[in-house]
Structures are given as structure tokens and as C-alpha cells.
Design a protein around this ligand. Structure first.
Ligand code: UD1
Ligand code: MN
Length: 470
């Protein structure tokens, strides 16, 4: 190969030389011709060089696999460099924030926390005391006072949880009710009161369009105008538990450090008294976005804001394109409860489910507890072991109470209809959103039945949610 290429080059070079010699020896050559030949020679030479460069022999020792490995190594190196840069940026942002908030200088901060700039540790220093904004969405119900009274009663202090009340609907009496709280909160008002033109069947969903418009605007205000880094979102018809703030405070570092989480919610969709354990410390992961008192970070908002939907924001957020297989944390016993029987959805589930949700009344000091068992790597192993290690039983056995073992048991569902049938007979919510059942995690719905933990689970070889299940 090498010899062949070299002889070709020699031949072409000789040809060029001969051409030039001829041109020179013939005295008829004029200046113009000289330049022309010069240019042609230059182009030829470049072409030859390119040819040689492209067809450069790889040599005897060339091994394709080795090169692939080297390229892969290089790629890995670049990626870890990128990660390190991202981490460094996070550390720096953190330090900047600390400087602004505490007034300490860099030296002091590094003295207090020598790891603050250590890229070897991937511990992102999360300041547990970061302030978390609370965004309350109101419209035309003066009963917002019921919610505000509780928020202000249980809020530990204003600095940790600044309260923003965003009002839609231009309802005077509600505005007055909110303003009566003075500077304990900041009132903002959604300015776009234009009608939303809808045709045909869509007309009856106008309320959902308005809610979505309000949410989009209010979240933008929260994260951009008020520059909040994290926010808890509540609606004006929620009662809250005494440890509502403590719950979010405790879970804040978990939400910030686990990229497979995208929200913390205070709500258990299947939180009826008979379906929950009497243990207010119990927390779970869920693939079903619960809403109704939930915390999200600015990072997630930046992701959602550009494609925020015109209506049905909560069902939209549950779609795979938004969720991206991320989960939320939810409590065993709800930290919120809705009293809004009359609302946009006209109490769709109110009489059957919502009014029976148990609201926690015991204070759990979450911020002092170690909650790392909720991080995906820890949680999933224990969860799957617990679910698939539980003996399988039939619905009949469970209902008749003829189970000889004491601990948890597992009910299997294989189709949408079998899930619905079991759910209905046990008082669970039967619906699916984007294929995910309420409170489901990896397809499993975990609840209590007569003081026994029951897992309503798909087969162990489960391959993921089927979005056609509605
Ligand atoms: C249901 C959900 C709610 C969700 C909404 C949108 C439950 C119990 N509630 O609303 O979490 O956000 O669907 O899919 O599952 N609002 C406005 N502008 C309006 C009307 C209402 O901003 O024109 C506000 C209300 O103040 C309230 C929120 O939107 O904060 C929800 O309104 P509500 O009337 O309570 O509707 P739901 O049927 O409960
Ligand atoms: Mn409501």
C-alpha cells in the first residue's frame, strides 16, 4: 500500500517537473502563460497532498478496536470534564448565595466548609435553610381565608417561607379578603382578563383554560420576578396539616439531590382513613403526579415554561414527554385536604373520594430525620424486595380474610380491567393518567386493608406503563 502510493506521487511530481521544464525552455512563454501554469501546478500539488493525506496508510500496527477504545476514553474524559464544570458552577452559585445571605467572605465560607469547592466529592452542598416560596392561587372564593389562616398559623417564619398570593378572576371581595392580611403576604394579580375563545364541546372546559393561564403566569412571576429557587404551590381550597412546612423543609434536600425526582407532594390520592397506616412518618415515591400542595424547583419550571399547555395542566404534566420517568414523593397520610366541593371540575371525585381523605394531625420533625431511604437507588431495591417478596393472594382471599400469614401480601393485576375491578372493590381510585394508576410506583399501588399492607402489583417482569390504559 505505502509503496504503491509513493510511486504514484513520484510519477505525478515528475510529470509536473517535465511540464515546467518544457514551458521554461520554450522561450515563447509569455508572462500570462507563466502565471497560468504556476496556478495549475499549485492546484495540482494541493490536490496531491490532499490525496496523500486522505489515503494515508494506517500502518502495520493499526488496530481498529484500539482506536475505538481510545475515542471512547476521550469521550468519557470530555463528559466527566463537563460534569465537573457543571458541579463547579453549582458550587460557585451556592457560595455566591451564601455570601449574599450571610455576608461572610469566601475565606470564611471555605473555612466553615472545606468541601465547598471540592469536585472530587459529588456532594452538592445544599443549604437546608434556603428559603422556599409559597405560591397560593386564588380566584373568586373568599374562603381563601380558611387556607390563609392555616398557612400563616403553621408557617415557622416569613423569611424561610415568603408567601405570594396570586389572584385571578378580578373578584373584589376576594381581593379584599387577601389584602386584609397586610404585609404577611405579597398579593399579585393575573392581568389578562380577556375571554378565551372556544368552540363546540371545548366551551364547557373554559374554567380549565383559565386555571392553566393563571398557573403559567403565576409560576413565571414566582420564578422570574420574585426569583424564587423553589416553590410550594397551593390552591385556595386546601386545608393543611400542622407539619405541612416541616414536611417540605425536610424533603427539600432530597428533591434537590435526586435527579429522578421532580416534585414533592403533600397529597395521597388514596389517603382515606381505611387505606392508610397509622404512621405519619411514612413516605413513598410515586410515578403519579399528585399535585394538591406540591413543591417544584426553578430548574423544572425552566423546562416546562416554554411548552406550558393552554388547559388541563395537571393531566399534561403527567404525560411521558413532561414526566420523563421522574417520580414525586408523597406521604402515607396527606398533609393537605381539599374542602372545595364546588369548583371548576364540579366536585368530580369529591363525594366519592376527596372528602374522605385523612388529614394528618401529628407533627413529624422531618427536617431532623434521615430521609435518604427515599433516594432512588436506596428506595427501589427495598421496595421491589418488599413487593415481590410478599406472598401472592387472590382478591377473594383478601376480602374473606382467609390469609394465614401476618405481614404484607401481593395482589396481581394483568389487565386494565382487572386493576379497575380490584381497585373498585377495595375503595381505591380506579383511574389512570398516561397509563399510571394513582399513587402507582413501578406499576404498584401500595395501601392498607384491615391493618395489613397490600401491594396491588403487576407481574415481576413488568416492562413499564401502557399509555393506552385510561
Ligand atoms: C382541579 C384540581 C386542581 C387543578 C385543576 C386544573 C382537584 C381537587 N383539583 O380543579 O388541582 O389545578 O383541576 O386541572 O383535583 N382558579 C383560577 N382561575 C379560574 C378558576 C380557578 O385561578 O378561573 C384557581 C382556583 O383559585 C384554585 C385552582 O384554580 O386555586 C383550582 O380551581 P378549582 O375551582 O378549585 O378547581 P378544581 O375542580 O378543584
Ligand atoms: Mn379545587
Amino acid at each position: 500500500m505505502t509503496a504503491k502510493c509513493n510511486s504514484k506521487t513520484v510519477f505525478i511530481a515528475r510529470l509536473l517537473k517535465a511540464t515546467l521544464n518544457y514551458a521554461f525552455s520554450a522561450s515563447i512563454m509569455r508572462k500570462k502563460t507563466f502565471y497560468l501554469i504556476g496556478s495549475v501546478s499549485f492546484i495540482c500539488w494541493t490536490v496531491i497532498l490532499c490525496y496523500l493525506f486522505i489515503h494515508k496508510p494506517l500502518g502495520k500496527g493499526f488496530k481498529y478496536n484500539e482506536v475505538v477504545i481510545q475515542v471512547e476514553n476521550l469521550e468519557n474524559e470530555l463528559q466527566s470534564q463537563l460534569k465537573a464544570n457543571e458541579l463547579l458552577l453549582l458550587h460557585l452559585k451556592n457560595i455566591k448565595k451564601q455570601i449574599q445571605e450571610t455576608g461572610k467572605d469566601l475565606k470564611k465560607i471555605l473555612e466553615d466548609n472545606p468541601d465547598a469547592l471540592d469536585l472530587k466529592s459529588d456532594k452538592i452542598t445544599i443549604n437546608k435553610e434556603d428559603s422556599i416560596c409559597v405560591l397560593l392561587l386564588a380566584c373568586n372564593r373568599i374562603t381563601v381565608k380558611r387556607n390563609l389562616d392555616q398557612l400563616l398559623k403553621y408557617r415557622p417564619d416569613e423569611k424561610s417561607f415568603p408567601l405570594i398570593v396570586s389572584q385571578d378572576c378580578n373578584h373584589r371581595a376576594t381581593t379584599n379578603a387577601i389584602m386584609s392580611y397586610g404585609n404577611q403576604l405579597t398579593l399579585i394579580r393575573q392581568p389578562d382578563m380577556s375571554d378565551i375563545p372556544l368552540v363546540g364541546r371545548e366551551k364547557k372546559f373554559k374554567g380549565y383554560y383559565k386555571i392553566s393561564r393563571h398557573y403559567g403566569w403565576a409560576l413565571n412571576q414566582t420564578f422570574h420576578k420574585f426569583n424564587c429557587d423553589t416553590a410550594i404551590i397551593v390552591e385556595d381550597d386546601l386545608d393543611i396539616a400542622p407539619d405541612f412546612f416541616e414536611y417540605f423543609r425536610g424533603l427539600y434536600p432530597i428533591l434537590k439531590s435526586d435527579p429522578t425526582l421532580w416534585c414533592v407532594s403533600a397529597w395521597n390520592d388514596n389517603g382515606k382513613e381505611a387505606l392508610v397506616a397509622n404512621d405519619p412518618t411514612l413516605l413513598h415515591r410515586t410515578d403519579f403526579f399528585p399535585g394538591l400542595g406540591w413543591m417544584l424547583t426553578k430548574d423544572i419550571w425552566l423546562e416546562l415554561q416554554t411548552k406550558w399547555p393552554k388547559a388541563f395542566w395537571d393531566d399534561w404534566i403527567r404525560q411521558p414527554a413532561q414526566r420523563k420517568e421522574r417520580a414525586c414523593i408523597r406521604p402515607e397520610i396527606s398533609r393537605t385536604k381539599t374542602f372545595g366541593k364546588i369548583g371548576v371540575s364540579n366536585g368530580l371525585f369529591y363525594e366519592k373520594h376527596l372528602k374522605f381523605i385523612k388529614l394528618n394531625d401529628e407533627f413529624v420533625p422531618f427536617s431532623k430525620r434521615n430521609l435518604t431511604h427515599l433516594l432512588k437507588d436506596n428506595y427501589d431495591v427495598a421496595f421491589l424486595k418488599s413487593v415481590y417478596g410478599s406472598p401472592p393472594v387472590s382478591l377473594q382471599q383478601l376480602l374473606s380474610g382467609s390469609i394465614s400469614t401476618n405481614g404484607s401480601v401481593r395482589l396481581t393485576y394483568k389487565t386494565k380491567d382487572s386493576f379497575k375491578k380490584i381497585a373498585k372493590s377495595l375503595g381505591l381510585m380506579e383511574d389512570f393518567k398516561s397509563g399510571v394508576p394513582r399513587i402507582g410506583y413501578r406499576g404498584v399501588v401500595s395501601f392498607m386493608h384491615k391493618h395489613r399492607r397490600v401491594y396491588l402489583a403487576p407481574i415481576a417482569e413488568w416492562k413499564g406503563y401502557d399509555t393506552s390504559w385510561t
